[in-house]
Design a protein around this ligand. Structure first.
Ligand SMILES: [Zn+2]
Length: 382
């Protein structure tokens, strides 16, 4: 049986993630050249016009439905690392540049990473997990550049994404991560350690108590460097289904002292095809940060996809999801998807939800089953 997620553990840190982060994996150094012909030399090689991804409910969509104007950009609540002023607001943490980039054959140049980070900021993601600075000099420099450029580009609404660097629970990794991200207006360190019984015993050769102590001290170390936004991720692997995953999060919220000062995050892989469902279930149960990637790229079967999770929340904000919403500006989803597809060489399957070519095939684009309306007013394949 295969691995997906998730156990969890809490530390006295500001942010806690439920995850299994992937262990450090070698990067793949070969590049792919996509048969699509975007120029890789230009930062925005797209000429797509007026593509909108919007959402509506079946009862509001007669057969002569005409596309509605693009909704205005969402409001991002003021950023405080471990608190969100609006209880219905769900943060989107995009890990395309870290977990996605680690997927087989997806390696990006520094310039491409910077382009993607800029596009993610345009999309309105709350957190950009930009890379793993201790992994290589290239990673370090890429994260540092993103922190300097994208991490300081505050827009008219005072929005600027958090720039997050990943590190193992090791001082030199954490220091390296800080050196790379500290230039950002909102720097964050995410540090992880193995927490499954087998890994603790055979990989780390430590007891549970020792592992908890390492996590505690490394979070403190990260904070001592001047980073007041620290995410701790217990690395684990397991498999679950949406009801069980939601219950896990409800139980954490119900039974963990101090949980009101912690933001719970989901990090789901798609080994059983449940990453989106589990992620949404996690949000319904109280997780307020969702870790996702564009097109669902990522290690093994990939991660929960940003476009699916965000559109589900958007389409059901007013009904079963009770008002949960994100700050994603959905009209930029499609362009972002195309950019990531092109740069990584990882093609989107034709029938992929939301961004797959076939999802746009019908003229009116009304997908009753998903209660989605996707309208395209320009050719989508360039
Ligand atoms: Zn992962």
């Amino acid at each position: 049986m295969t691995t997906v997620f998730s156990t969890f553990k809490f530390s006295p840190t500001t942010i806690t993630s439920i995850s299994p982060l992937n262990p450090i994996t070698p990067h793949h150094h070969h590049h792919h050249h996509s048969p699509l012909h975007f120029s890789r030399k230009h930062s925005l090689p797209f000429t797509l016009k007026k593509t909108t991804i919007s959402c509506s409910h079946p009862q509001q969509t007669p057969s002569n439905f005409t596309p509605t104007p693009t909704p205005s950009p969402r409001y991002h609540p003021n950023y405080i690392p471990n608190r969100i002023s609006d209880p219905n607001y769900v943060r989107i943490s995009d890990t395309t540049l870290r977990d996605g980039e680690q997927s087989l054959g997806a390696s990006l140049t520094s310039k491409e990473k910077l382009d993607v980070a800029r596009q993610l900021a345009k999309l309105g993601v709350d957190i950009i997990e930009a890379g793993f600075p201790a992994a290589s000099n290239g990673d370090f420099e890429a994260v540092k550049t993103i922190a300097k450029e994208v991490g300081n580009a505050i827009d008219v609404n005072r929005y600027v994404p958090v720039i997050c660097g990943l590190s193992r629970c090791i001082e030199k990794d954490i220091r390296k991560a800080w050196e790379a991200i500290k230039y950002a207006k909102r720097p964050r360190i995410q540090t992880f350690i193995a927490t499954s019984a087998i890994h603790m015993e055979f990989k780390l050769r430590k007891t549970k108590e020792q592992v908890i102590e390492i996590a505690r001290s490394m979070v403190s170390f990260a904070r001592s460097l001047g980073c007041d936004d620290v995410q701790f991720a217990p690395e684990d692997a397991g498999s679950t289904v949406p009801t069980e995953f939601g219950k896990l999060i409800s139980d954490i919220k119900a039974n963990t002292p101090g949980i009101e000062n912690v933001i719970i995050s989901t990090h789901c892989h798609d080994d059983l095809g449940l990453s989106t469902a589990n992620t949404v279930s996690g949000a319904c149960a109280g997780a307020r940060q969702l870790e996702v990637t564009i097109n669902g790229i990522g290690e093994r079967a990939g991660n929960a996809s940003l476009e699916e999770v965000v559109m589900i929340l958007k389409c059901h904000e007013g009904d079963v999801l009770g008002g949960l919403y994100t700050g994603i500006i959905t009209r930029h989803i499609y362009m972002t998807s195309k950019m990531v597809e092109e740069y990584t060489g990882l093609h989107v399957q034709p029938h992929k939800a939301i961004v797959g070519p076939n999802a746009f095939v019908h003229e009116s684009g009304i997908h009753q089953v998903l209660s989605l309306v996707i309208s395209v007013t320009a050719p989508y394949l360039l």
